[in-house]
Ligand binder design. Structure first.
Ligand code: KG4
Ligand code: ZN
Length: 354
């Protein structure tokens, strides 16, 4: 059974065809990174406009690559939320129209559930599991039970982990998105060089907070007066589409590389500490890590070095960041349960799974 997945919740227009919930026949991601890079973050109006431009070619290419005709589709799956409402609307409107015209059942998928299925559809995950979803918009810990039932265990009280990467990168002149560039520069610095003192949090011990780390970086930068080197990086960003690591290294002194490495280590430790504690609390048989931050090589390395009594699963990097294969994979479970959406389906910017 083939499902066409459509994802447009943030700044990627994605379409994919997935067979029987796990076999990815095509996964097309049309990225808007270049559009948003110079603004240091996603500009919602520009994102909607780019989705409008990209959605038809993305779907066409996904079907072509999968050698699949519309009449071979068992369903069309689309992200209902959470996300930017203008971006979500483009995917939902297109999916609804295609479903109505071609008489193909429609399935609504929660974006976060999609990130969970990026792992659940590819690995023999045993339940109960803990899912750590860390992206630009979310840093949440869920208990996942068999049959895909969710319970929220903890979440960020302020910035998401990816947002912290993006804000620190923007502050230091590295543009958007921040995660990939910090990930690639961190190995050149000493991760123990800068120690950030984080405020103790009251309440739920499984909640996260990343705004303190971001503020600590800001203070570090202000104390050192780094205007010149930051200006040099901003100039590089304006002069080239995508600077290489060698380009960045030429305009980034050792002390800044130490700062990046230390920032990344601190975020990773926070993520893994609380994920580990959650797993212990619920007696988890697996830990799922997904969302854009799951691409981070330092996080993957640190996770692999933890000696845990259960396996940790990461999606492939292409399935970690936003994509439509995860949406089609999540929809397969709903297809088997007969959970379909109707023509009244609406975007929900704050949709929750638990
Ligand atoms: O899941 P995603 O593609 O979109 C959202 O749903 O937000 O995640 C994007 C986020 C951005 O904040 C980006 O900086 C971060 O994931 N990210 C990374 C890495 N690659 C992407 N963060 C750390 N290390 C990376 N390698
Ligand atoms: Zn996402």
């Amino acid at each position: 059974m083939r499902i066409l997945g459509i994802e447009s919740s943030c700044d990627e227009t994605a379409a994919a065809v997935v067979e029987d919930g796990s076999s990815i026949l095509s996964s097309i991601v049309s990225s808007q990174m270049a559009t948003h890079a110079k603004y240091g973050g996603v500009v919602p109006e520009l994102a909607s406009r780019e989705h409008l431009r990209a959605i038809v070619p993305a779907v066409r290419l996904a079907l072509e690559t999968a050698a699949t005709r519309l009449d071979q589709l068992a369903a069309i799956a689309v992200t209902q939320g959470p996300g930017l409402v203008g971006s979500l609307l483009v995917g939902i409107t297109y999916a609804k129209a295609l479903s109505a015209v071609e008489k193909i059942p429609l399935i609504a998928v929660n974006h976060i559930e999609g990130h969970i299925h990026a792992v659940a559809s590819q690995f023999p995950v045993e339940y109960p599991a803990v899912a750590l979803i860390a992206s630009g918009g979310h840093t949440h810990l869920y208990e996942v039970r068999g049959g895909f039932q969710y319970r929220l265990l903890g979440k960020t009280r302020d910035d998401a982990a990816g947002e912290a990467f993006d804000k620190v990168a923007k502050l230091l002149g590295f543009g958007y998105p921040g995660g990939p560039v910090i990930d690639r520069l961190a190995p050149y610095g000493d991760p123990r060089a800068v120690r950030f003192t984080l405020a103790k949090m009251k309440g739920n011990a499984l909640d996260f907070s990343f705004s303190g780390i971001k503020t600590a970086v800001l203070r570090w930068v202000e104390e050192r007066g780094m205007e010149q080197e930051i200006a040099a990086r901003r100039a590089l960003l304006c002069s080239r589409q995508a600077p290489s690591i060698e380009d960045w290294l030429k305009v980034t002194p050792p002390a800044t590389l130490d700062l990046l490495a230390s920032f990344q280590r601190t975020v990773i430790e926070e993520l893994l500490r609380r994920a580990g504690r959650s797993a212990e609390e619920i007696g988890a048989r697996a830990l799922i890590v997904s969302g854009g931050v799951a691409c981070n090589s330092g996080l993957r390395r640190a996770a692999a070095e933890m000696r845990l009594p259960y396996p940790i699963y990461f999606p492939s990097p292409a399935l970690s960041t936003d994509n439509a294969a995860m949406i089609a994979a999540a929809a397969f479970v709903k297809l088997r349960r007969g959970e379909f959406a109707d023509a009244g389906l609406k975007a929900d910017a704050n949709l929750r799974i638990a």
